[in-house]
Design a protein around this ligand. Structure first.
Ligand code: NAI
Ligand code: MG
Length: 376
């Protein structure tokens, strides 16, 4: 089955899982923007909303139905909000839904662009939206989130033990490293940095380093470097202009991508694509941030991370011009100063969403004008 074959009249079937907290607010915002760009671009998105998440857990004892993956299989893509809510342990909600989908659909490549936007103040003194832009490629199927281990000896009061094992396979390392090389090759700056902690983790991460060196031989046109994760954290802050594509294991890239989005101005900005590159299963698109219980329900969540994740979904569905229109609308809106509170503004989620829809109008009118040939 190819999960993204375009249908008659370019209709894409999208499953939405808004999930918990601000996930619901930003997914609604994303749908409004994506429907508008679809209308202007001549395709349509057929949404089906699935009410899975912590509330569903409260009612059924499960984060999604037992046949959840079967239900999702038939869709062209999945548009996800966030999961996690007080009352349900975080490991239960994460493993019961998001990780169950990522692993069940072998979405082994997690692409997380770090983009800087005009009009958004970064905590980096030298940040400039024209110079800084890099992509974190996260191994998304094994590593530290392989889910292997166990707990035992709880009868020894205060003496329980837990083992959490990281899993590194040569196949898993090679496919994500090749994916990152291909991405690096497609960019203006053809450079790839591999991030590990192989001085301390001498088995899995040394295997990763060896695979990186071996695969690098197939990409002589891409500049390469191997850096330890602690040094890379410092490099994100001190020399971000040297970064183009950064590839790292599941945990390390998870941490680095939150750092990247904070440097760009807010966790609310960052987009993410969980890809099954072979397209045997649907891929899933979601903002990097979580359910933000501290601001949920107030209508003030920043929708940009979810909207930009929608642009990544359009790229994946074969609609790159529409994706570009969405990205350009985001820059128009940030440059105009319509910003949510996390970016120092006062705009609500609804106001930013309306501004994004209006910016699509300007963008497409500008495109129309440019297409009209000069007659006089
Ligand atoms: P979080 O990302 O939800 O929030 C961290 C901080 O960023 C908070 O101060 C929040 O207000 C702010 N923030 C996040 N998104 C924002 C947005 N769109 N606009 C403005 N501000 C925003 O991370 P936290 O607090 O560690 O986790 C909350 C819950 O989310 C937990 O249950 C956690 O397990 C879950 N989570 C789920 C993820 C997912 O579904 N992919 C990813 C990360 C966390
Ligand atoms: Mg994270």
């Amino acid at each position: 089955m190819t999960s993204t074959a375009p249908h008659d009249g370019r209709t894409f079937r999208i499953a939405t899982i808004p999930g918990d907290g601000v996930g619901r607010e930003v997914v609604d915002a994303g749908r409004a923007v994506l429907d508008e760009v679809a209308r202007r671009s001549g395709f349509s998105l057929r949404w089906e909303e699935l009410p899975w998440g912590s509330e569903y857990f409260g009612e059924t004892g499960r984060m999604m139905p037992a046949d959840g993956l079967e239900v999702l299989k038939g869709f062209d893509a999945i548009y996800f909000g966030a999961v996690g809510w007080p009352g349900v342990p975080d490991h239960v909600s994460l493993w019961g839904l998001r990780l169950a989908i990522c692993q069940g659909f072998d979405q082994w490549a997690n692409v997380r662009p770090v983009r800087f936007h005009p009009g958004v103040t970064s905590p980096l003194r030298k940040a400039d939206s024209t110079e800084l832009d890099w992509v974190v490629v996260r191994e998304n199927s094994e590593g530290e989130y392989a889910g292997l281990g166990g707990r035992n000896l709880s009868a020894r009061e205060g003496g329980e033990v837990a083992v959490q094992t990281s899993l590194f396979t040569e196949v898993g390392c090679e496919r994500i490293i090749r994916f990152a090389f291909d991405l690096a090759r497609s960019r203006d700056r053809k450079s790839l940095v591999s991030v590990t902690k192989s001085n301390a983790q001498q088995y899995g991460m040394v295997l990763w380093d060896e695979v990186f060196r071996r695969v690098a031989a197939d990409y002589p046109d891409v500049e390469t470097e191997s850096v330890l994760v602690d040094a890379m954290a410092a490099r994100f802050v001190l020399r971000p202009e040297t970064l183009s594509v950064v590839v790292a294991s599941n945990l390390n890239a998870d941490i680095l991508s939150d750092l990247g989005s904070a440097l760009a101005g807010s966790l609310g900005l960052a987009a993410s694509a969980n890809l099954n590159p072979e397209r045997r299963f649907p891929s899933m698109f979601e903002p990097v941030h979580g359910s933000a219980p501290d601001i949920a329900g107030q209508g003030i969540a920043n929708p940009i991370g979810a909207v930009a994740s929608g642009a990544l979904m359009l790229d994946h569905l074969g609609e790159p011009e529409a994706a570009e229109m969405v990205r350009s609308a985001i820059d128009t809106v940030t440059a105009s100063g319509t910003l949510t509170r996390d970016l120092g503004g006062t705009a609500t989620t609804a106001e930013v969403t309306a501004a994004l829809v209006a910016a699509l109008d300007t963008a497409s009118r500008r495109a129309d004008r440019e297409e009209i040939p000069a007659t006089s």
